[in-house]
Design a protein around this ligand. Structure first.
Ligand code: IPD
Length: 272
């Protein structure tokens, strides 16, 4: 209902922006790697852990009956049917190097918290370095700093600026390199921004025409997917599948379909 949606949007915005302030205030001159996850390249910093703890603590206060699924802390129960899907720092490698493109991503979903089954109700992606805040509510549109945003409509794939990203495993990267070699000659150029949430928000606000990536996790996708959709983007996988781990393609509907077809022809959703 309307009041619930209002509340979820407000909670998402509040805790994402708060977390951004925490990150801005706390970034030491030399950030240290606190640990590695799937591979030596897949890092976590003390700030990722501190911000996720903050998000969880605030959600326990504001929405005590909801579940939480976070990049660093896994999932914890809840009885309301709403799950918060959070990424404390999406773009941790940029954060480590002092590059500005990282974000806090917070979304409220209903249904099993997997991209193929969930419905995202509210989402906020906040970039602490430049202070940009993207907010979306299901059926309510998407905004950047309070101003409505829309996807860009490039005339063709050739005129499109395309974002993408890479996973952390060697085998996956080999196949992602193969696909970049197919896409790059056919488009205006490629960007690797380094935060999937910001890629999706860039599509939503005309900073990119298209974005695709294989291997996204639920917390990379949830908030940005809604922001992009509410700004008029089509967001899906290949061959009619939903967006998710296998493949996510986002952009203006006509071009999105063209890019998805090109990716499908080249088996971009398979590690070969
Ligand atoms: C990563 C970023 C990156 C994408 C990777 C993600 P993390 O998230 O979103 O842009 O290419 O697939 O894992 O690890 O910085 O939270």
């Amino acid at each position: 209902d309307d009041a619930l949606l209002d509340e979820l949007i407000e909670v998402a915005r509040t805790i994402a922006v708060e977390s951004g302030a925490m990150i801005r205030a706390g970034r030491p001159a030399d950030v240290e790697v606190a640990g590695t996850k799937s591979t030596a390249q897949d890092i976590v910093t003390a700030m990722d852990l501190a911000v996720e703890a903050h998000l969880r603590a605030r959600l326990a206060e504001l929405r005590p009956d909801d579940a939480v699924l976070g990049e660093e802390g896994g999932s914890t129960g809840g009885t309301s049917g709403v799950t918060w899907v959070v990424d404390p720092i999406d773009g941790t490698v940029n954060y480590l190097y002092g590059l500005p493109s990282y974000s806090v991503s917070v979304a409220a979903v209903v249904g099993p918290p997997d991209p193929s089954t969930w419905t995202v109700l509210a989402g906020c992606v906040h970039a602490p370095v430049d202070g940009r805040t993207f907010v979306a509510g299901r059926g309510r549109g998407a905004t950047l700093d309070g101003v409505p945003i829309r996807v860009r409509e490039a005339p063709s794939l050739r005129d499109s600026l395309v974002g993408t990203g890479f996973g952390y495993r060697e085998e996956r990267r080999r196949s992602q390199g193969r696909i970049v070699a197919v896409v790059l000659p056919q488009v205006r150029d490629i960007r690797r921004i380094g935060s999937a949430a910001l890629d999706l928000c860039a599509v939503a606000s005309g900073g990119l025409d298209l974005y695709y990536e294989r291997g996204l996790s639920p917390w990379d996708l949830a908030a940005g997917e809604l922001v992009a959709r509410e700004a008029g983007a089509q967001v899906s996988g290949l061959r009619g599948r939903p967006a998710g781990t296998e493949m996510t393609v986002a952009g203006h509907p006509v071009l999105q379909a063209e890019l998805a077809a090109l990716l499908a022809e080249n088996d971009a959703d398979t590690d070969i």
